[in-house]
Write a protein that binds this ligand. Structure first.
Ligand code: ADP
Ligand code: MG
Length: 945
């Protein structure tokens, strides 16, 4: 792949000692080629008396590019860019869109000393710089630099000799610096056509600019430099990045002025780079963050896209160049060519008798005699140098010629600026597209001699860009010594990213559980289950629920259900008929003075709500069987008997703990003499979930909740349940698995962050398993990790943020949003910005990674638990293969984009002999309670029969 990676066109150099024309790639000194005749030439039949100013005007009109033509170029370039990004372009693409592996723009916090080695940017010499970056507070420090002339035998000798020479220059330069033993990162500015495959990996395609060292083409130049540095014995010098000069320009922009995401160079050649979303770059495998893309637009238009705006002068210039047909766009914009275009136009006008009294000079007829510097001087009438320059070219200009020459220069350079604007507009359009933003605020770093020498270029560029991209607010910022500052910045950013990656990996490592760790959790869960069932000390209480069967589908009737302990209190009427279950329900608020008042008040309030509901539903006077979903830990002594162990979730009503909840309800009913209610069952929400799914799928024998908290239940053999007499049949066991590990046995490595969350909770040391898994805690775990990363400087530029200190500010629902695949990083950024976090573009990625790691661990632990449960049932039944369905409820499980699939994957891994289907329950609390009641009624009837 022949990718030029510098702005230097073909074999030209940016200058140095040799006069520019000597380095140009023209072979024949000529005026105009024979093919195209410029429009203004008075032909045989047109009278010589035509006003010469008008003829000149006519000639110069060819350099005019209309707005419509600019828009066409803009659209065509944008099309080529996008084709190339998608990897769909023709074998000979007109723009290259090369990834530079620079993944982040400066934060402004970059600090330290960086060594820069420049090779190929300044002709036959090599430059070494020491650049000091001073972070946010410091003053800019002028870089120290030294230039070394490369002997011609080194430029033409073996590659090792060249790199050894470079290493010697480095050693000599460093010796003079008071650096001591400090470790120094080095950025390598290598301006030759390269194929870059990493930030510190770049293969030379072919030498240009007079270099011909053997054994280097096809090699990784970073590696060659590293080897030479080692041979030279320079300690503590690390080659971190290899950088092209366009990227250097973008990165060299003062970060205090805001992020700069576009670099534009117009020097001898022209090129641009910008920050693209990695997922839009087909040649890269990854799908993360941004990367700087070098557009390589100099070659744009090789496919005739520029046809309509090419003048005969452009065609001549191209034909006479070393590579006709190549770099057509660059040949209209690059500083190397502008002077030549002026010369061709002047020579033509002179030959037509419209300038210099119709005479030319040998210099005017020689390629390269009009330089960019000449042109800049002649374009500016106030400089007053035009006359002298023309005379130095051997011409005898008249006073009126000076003004005409100025107009020629203006025409050529105006066109260049406008074309450059069209291409920049294409890049801005691409940026807009990639960011999915209609309005874009962007800084463009500019660099190169054309900007330095011709201030008008920038103003025309600015004006035209504004015209072509009305939706963009573009500011142009001159880059500070792109070669040095920018390369140092790339190096600094790379060093920072590497350090941050390391810190992030270290922070998140304890959350990453391998298969062995998960299998250990599963095994310990099995142990704890067995002990709990036997009535031995165990963190799993394994509470009998007195639910002895799951629905068989024959259940019928109308039932009342109550749901207390979720987000709302509800009363429901559930009709179980042959054609399915229908539910009418009513939500009732429970005022705070009731939840915090006396138990009597609470249960009176509940009965009031039931009475109201019966009246609304026309059920007054009927005594329907009632199931009570009561989602607090209870020790049940029968289906309709449950001792409240302790309140949770903000309930605090007095005189309830240690009491039978059904008795409390019945007493309240008795106080309200008007009603009769038949309380049949008290139901845990896991059981309700299992039962409601069991009605749809008879294989459902496990219930799972992952919402505010987490818990599970399953059908156990009655003979295994020590607390309940009876040897045959089944019983649903409420595991209360949130408490798993509360006895300190669980050896899942609890991280420092989990400990912080636990300490700050209302029940420190309790519900340890739940605190690693459920919705009430995941956001808090993430918040603590973010806080830590912020302190390490990895996030939010290390700026202290008040908002992260706020408890519960990071909701678990944010994890769902941030991890959603359909959400662009831009939207993730918006969520975090809404929280008031001072975000950089990389921060969103880091936050996403933190969320992923935390929710992944939660899902895997949950999966390990489910694996223990299904394996237990399989063992109970002595089956080799077991097919079972798990009924699931809980907003975290249902709304998180990956939680459910991670649970399933873990279960497949840890319980390979079980085929487990997960079925999400609909209204497990209401429908489930009714079904528990219905099954109890069915069983009661069968027993009676
Ligand atoms: P409960 O467990 O109280 O019966 P839910 O099952 O609805 O209620 O769970 C509520 C919990 O789910 C909230 O406390 C919150 O932590 C979490 N949550 C809410 N929305 C989302 C979401 N979009 N993604 C993940 N978790 C969520
Ligand atoms: Mg619930």
């Amino acid at each position: 792949m022949g990718e030029p990676s510098s702005t230097d066109p073909e074999n030209a150099s940016t200058g140095g000692q040799a006069p520019l024309w000597k380095q140009m790639d023209f072979i024949r000194p000529v005026g105009l080629g024979s093919g195209d005749r410029p429009l203004c030439c008075p032909s045989e039949d047109s009278p010589h008396s035509t006003d010469s100013s008008k003829l000149v005007q006519k000639c110069l009109q060819q350099f005019m590019v209309t707005e419509a033509q600019l828009q066409q170029i803009q659209a065509s370039l944008l099309g080529s860019m996008e084709q190339e990004l998608m990897g769909r372009s023709s074998p000979a693409p007109t723009v290259r869109m090369l990834p530079t592996y620079v993944g982040s723009t400066p934060h402004g916090t970059e600090k330290g000393d960086f060594v820069v080695l420049e090779l190929g940017a300044t002709g036959a010499s090599l430059r070494v710089l020491c650049v000091t970056l001073t972070g946010t507070e410091g003053q800019r420090v002028e870089p120290r630099s030294r230039e070394f002339v490369i002997p011609s035998e080194v430029m033409l000798g073996p590659g090792q000799q060249l790199f050894d020479f470079a290493a010697r220059c480095l050693a000599e330069f460093l010796e003079a610096l008071p650096m001591g033993d400090r470790h120094l990162p080095l950025g390598f500015n290598f301006s030759f056509p390269c194929h870059q495959t990493g930030l510190d990996k770049s293969t030379l395609i072919s030498w240009t600019k007079g270099f011909r060292c053997s054994g280097v083409e096809g090699q990784d130049v970073v590696q060659l430099l590293r080897e030479a540095i080692e041979r030279q014995g320079i300690p503590n010098l690390d080659v971190v990045a290899v950088v092209n000069d366009t990227v250097g320009t973008m990165m060299g922009c003062d970060p205090r002025l805001g992020p700069c995401e576009v670099g534009l160079v117009v020097d001898t050649g022209t090129n641009a780079c910008y920050m693209e979303e990695v997922r839009h770059v087909a040649v890269l495998d990854e799908d993360r963050g941004r990367i700087c893309i070098s557009v390589e637009w100099g070659s744009f238009g090789d496919d005739e896209a520029l046809g309509p705006v090419l003048t005969p002068f452009d065609k001549t210039l191209d034909q006479e160049s070393l590579k006709p047909g190549a770099q057509r766009f660059e040949k209209m914009i690059g500083g190397l060519y502008l002077g030549e275009l002026v010369r061709l136009a002047l020579a033509h006008l002179a030959q037509c008798g419209l300038l210099f009294g119709g005479s030319t000079s040998p210099a005017l007829m020689s390629q390269g005699s009009v330089t960019l510097e000449h042109m800049a001087a002649m374009e500016d009438p106030s400089a007053g140098r035009a006359l002298a320059i023309l005379e130095s070219l051997g011409l005898s200009p008249r006073a009126s010629d000076v003004e005409l020459v100025q107009r020629v220069c203006e025409a050529v350079s105006t066109r260049a600026a406008r074309l450059c604007a069209a291409s920049l507009a294409a890049v801005l359009g691409r940026l807009q597209h990639s960011r999915e933003q209609h309005t874009l605020q962007v800084s463009v770093a500019t660099g190169g001699r054309v900007f330095e020498q011709r201030p008008r270029f920038l103003s025309i560029l600015q004006e035209t860009v504004k015209l072509l991209t009305p939706g963009c607010d573009v500011s142009f910022v001159p880059s500070v010594d792109g070669g040095g500052q920018g390369v140092a910045m790339v190096t600094a950013v790379a060093a920072r990213l590497a350090a941050h990656r390391r810190l992030l990996a270290e922070t998140l490592a304890p959350f990453q559980l391998d298969r062995a760790q998960l299998a250990a959790v599963q095994a310990q869960m099995r142990e704890a289950m067995a002990r709990g069932l036997r009535g031995e000390a165990s963190s799993l209480r394994m509470l009998p629920t007195y639910v002895r069967a799951t629905p068989d589908g024959s259940e019928r009737g109308d039932f009342l259900a109550l749901d207390l302990g979720g987000t709302n209190f509800r009363v429901l009427l559930v009709r179980v008929a042959s054609d399915g279950v229908t539910i009418s329900s009513q939500v009732y608020a429970i005022p705070e003075q009731v939840t915090q008042g006396s138990g009597q008040q609470l249960f009176d309030h509940i009965v009031d709500c039931i009475v109201d509901f019966q009246q609304r539903q026309g059920l007054s006077g009927q005594s329907l069987p009632l199931g009570f979903t009561f989602s607090f830990p209870c020790r049940q002594l029968g289906l309709d008997q449950g001792i409240l162990l302790n309140w949770t979730k903000g309930f605090k009503a007095s005189d309830c703990e240690g009491q039978d909840v059904v008795t409390l309800l019945r007493e309240a009913i008795a106080r309200r003499q008007a009603v009769e209610l038949n309380v049949v069952a008290i139901v845990n929400d896991t059981v309700g979930t299992m039962m409601s799914c069991g009605y749809e799928d008879h294989r459902c024998e496990v219930g799972l909740i992952v919402g505010t908290g987490t818990n599970a239940c399953y059908m156990e053999e009655l003979q295994n349940v020590a607390a309940v007499p009876g040897e045959s049949g089944h019983m649903c066991i409420n595991m209360e698995w949130g408490a798993f590990g509360d006895d300190g046995v669980l050896d899942v490595p609890r991280t420092h962050f989990d400990a912080l969350v636990d300490e700050a909770s209302i029940n420190p040391g309790k519900q340890r398993f739940e605190k690693l898994i459920s919705g009430m805690y995941l956001g808090e775990i993430v918040r603590h990790i973010l806080l830590h990363l912020n302190r390490l400087g990895v996030l939010f530029r290390g700026q202290q943020t008040q908002c992260l200190q706020t408890r519960d500010i990071f909701k678990t629902k944010f994890l769902s949003e941030i991890e959603s695949d359909s959400l662009a990083l831009r939207q993730v950024r918006a969520i975090l910005e809404d929280l008031g976090l001072p975000l950089t573009s990389d921060d969103a990625l880091v936050v996403r990674e933190v969320c992923q790691v935390v929710s992944r661990r939660a899902a895997q632990l949950c999966g390990a638990g489910v694996a223990a449960v299904v394996e237990k049932i399989r063992d109970n039944r002595g089956l080799k293969e077991f097919t079972v369905t798990v009924g699931v409820d809980g907003t975290l499980y249902k709304l998180h984009p990956h939680f459910a699939s991670l649970v399933a994957a873990t279960v497949r891994e840890l319980a390979p002999c079980c085929r487990v289907t997960f079925l999400q329950s609909e209204d497990g609390s209401g429908k489930g309670a009714a079904l528990v009641t219905a099954v109890a009624c069915r069983l009661a009837q069968t027993t009676r029969v």
